[in-house]
Design a protein around this ligand. Sequence first.
Ligand code: DGJ
Length: 744
Amino acid sequence: METISFDAEKRLFVLRLKSSFYAIRILETGELVHVGWGPLPELDENVPLHFQGLENFKDHLFPWDEQTHRYEFPAAGDVLYHDTAIRAIFFEPAKPLEKGEAFHGTVRDLRLRYSEHEITIKGEPEFAPRHGLPTRIETKRPVLAIHLKDAAYAFEVTLFYRLTPEHDILERWGEVRNETRQPVKLDRLDFGCAHLPAHATKLTYAAGHWAREFIPQTQELKQGTFVLEQRGINTGHAHNPFFLIHAPGQATEEAGTVWFGALAFSGNWNLRFECQQNHQICIFGGYGLADFEIILQPGEAHRTPAMILGCSREGIGGASRRSHRFARERVLPDCGKDQFRPVLYNSWEATYFDVSEKNQIELARLAASLGVELFCMDDGWFGARKDGKAGLGDWSPRLEAFPHGIKPLSDEVHRLGMQFGLWVEPEMINPDSDLYRAHPDWVLHYPARPRTEARNQLILDFGHPEVVEHIFQILDQLVRENGVDFFKWDMNRYVTEPGSAAGRGIWRKHVESLYSIMDRLRQKHPTLRIQSCSGGGGRIDFGILARCDQAWASDNTDAVDRTRIQDGFSLIYPTRAMECWVTHEKNHQTGRISSLNLRFDVAMRGVLGIGTPLDQLSQEELAQYRRKIAFYKRIRPTVQEGDLYRLSVAADEGISAWLSVAPDQSAAVFSISVIEHLYGTFYFPSVLRGLDSRAVYRLLDEHEKEIGRYDGLQLMTLGLPGEFAFSDLTCFIRSGTLLLERVN
Ligand code: DGJ
C-alpha cells in the first residue's frame, strides 16, 4: 500500500509507516482534523483502520463541543477553549467595515481551511543542516504538504509531514506565510501537535538540573495542562524536549503501545500536554511562549523546526530503539570511514584551568600509550584564562602556558597517532577580556540596565551579524592554524537581559546563528568533529545532533549517579552520541569512591572517554586502563551501533542492566551496574532480548576469555546462567561487562 494515500471521496489522508499509521481528515467545512495515530493491523493490511470520531463530528452533545474537534493544527479563532498551536494578530480588518461592524485595533481570529495538498519527496524543516555532510541513509522520504488558508485574510499555513517508515517516525513542521499587505504578528507558533487516544495519559519525560540531567520521571496526566519548557538559548538541564506516553498499565519496557516525540531545536522550546475536559490528550510542541513574538512582514514566510513523532508496539524500549536508529541513520552526520566514535581523553578533571604545553604533552603521551584515539585539551588554554574570571572571547593561546602557541601540542598529539581536540565556549565573553574592552556593545544587554554575570561571563549577541562572523573566523582560524580535529563546544550560562540586535527574535536567532557557524565550519573542514556540551548535558536535542557527533551528557562523572543519567539519556538519544568518562577513584563531584571496574562498565555504555590524571596512576593501574580500553574497542561496534535493550533500570531495581545487540544479531554486549547493594538480596538472572533464538553465543569476559557457550533462545528465556552474570550464589551481584559472539 502507498505510504501516503488520499481518499478523495472520504477526504482522508492515511500515512502508513512500518507498523503504525497516522490519519487526517478534511471536514466539509475545510477544517482539518486528526482521526488516528497508532499501530497498523498486523496480519491483513486491508482491514479497515481504526479511526477516531471519523463519522461523528457533527453529533455534538453540547454546542461548544465544536471546540473539542481534534484540529490538526488548532488555531486561535477556531479554538479558544483549549490550547492552540498558532495565534495570529492582524492589525487591519480583512475587508472594509460593513454597517454594524467596529474595529478594535486588532483581529485575533484565524480560521485555517484546506486549500490543496501535495505528496512529494521534497521539503525539509527549518534548521535542517547546511554543512553538506551526508547522514548514513540519504534515500528520499515521502512528504505530505497540506496547504491551509484563512477564510478571509491572505494568510496561509502549510503543514508538512515527512515519513521515515522503517522507524515509524513522522516529522511535522509548518510554514506560515503572510500574503496580506500589513505586518502580522504571531505570539505563539508550534512546530506541530499530536492527538492521542484519550486513555494514553501515562507520561515519561526527563527532568533534572546541572549534574543531574535526564532523570526519568513518570506521571499521569489529569485534566489540565502540564508544561515542560526551557526559557533560554540552549536546550536546558532542567528538562529535555522529548516525551514518551502510553495508557496506564498498558505498556512496559518491552511491550505495549508507546507514543513518543521530540523537538529538533536547541533554544527556548515548549511542550504542553493538555488533558482536555473530555479527556482527549493533545501534545503541543514548539517555540517557548515567554517573550515570544514573530512579526511577518507582507510577503514573508516563516518555517518551523521539526517535531519528531513516533509510535512503538514494543513498549518504551521499542520507542527508544526507533529513535536511536532514526538518530544514527537520519540525524547524526555520517562519519564515513571512521565509523565509530574514538576513545577520547579530556583534560578537565585532570588539570582543570591549569593546562600547559608541558602537562598536556605528558598526559597525551600517557593517553596514547593506553590506546586513546582523540586527545582533547579543555578550558584554560587561551587569553588570560587562569580561572573562570577572565579570557573568554580572546581565543589566542595563553603565552605563559603555551609559549609557542598550541601547534606544538597539536603536532605532538598527531605524532602520537591521535586526533587533536580543543575546548571552546564561543558564545561567551568575560568582561575581563580584550574582546569585551573593544566591543562592550557585542553582548546581550539593555542600555542603562545591569548586565548580570553568571560564572563571570556575559553572552555574545548572536543576533548581531558582525559578532557571528567574528566567531566563525576565529574558529576557522583555530582549525586551520592548529590542525584541530575536534571541538568540545561548551556553553555555560542561562540568559538574562535578552536585549539584542535581533530584538525579541533573539531566542530563535541565537540558535540559527549557532547552527550556521557549526554548519559553515563543518562544510569548510569536512573532517572536523564537534561535541555538544553545555555545562554537561544542557544542549542535547535532535537539532544540535544534526551538526554534532556526540554530546557530553553530564558534568557528573560519578559512576553511580551517571547510571541513572544515562538510563534517562537513552530513552530517546543513541549511545553513539553519549560521551562518558572514567575519572578519579574518588569522584570530584560527589566524593564517592567507585571501583575502576564500575567506572569503566558505566562509561563503556556510550562513547568511552578518560578524564583521569594519568600521571598519578601506578603502572599496574595504567595496565588495567590499557586492557579495558582494548576491550572497549572490541565491543564498540555493538555498543555504538547496536539496538539497546534496558533489561532493568536503576530507578526501579537499583540495578541497571543494558544489552546492546548488533543489528545482524552476530554480537551483543551485556553491561550490568549495581548502584544499590543490599547484601543478602537474591537477584534474578538477567533475561536477554533481541538475540537470534537459533544461534549459539560464546560469552567473553573483559580479558576476552571465553567463559561459556549458550543458546540464544535459552538466554532469552532462562536468562544468563548465574555464574556468568557476575553473581555468586545469586545473592551477591557485581557490576560487569560481557561480550557475546555468535559462533554458528
Ligand atoms: C563545563 C563542561 O561541562 C566541563 O566538562 C568543562 O569543560 C568546563 N565547562 C570547563 O569550563
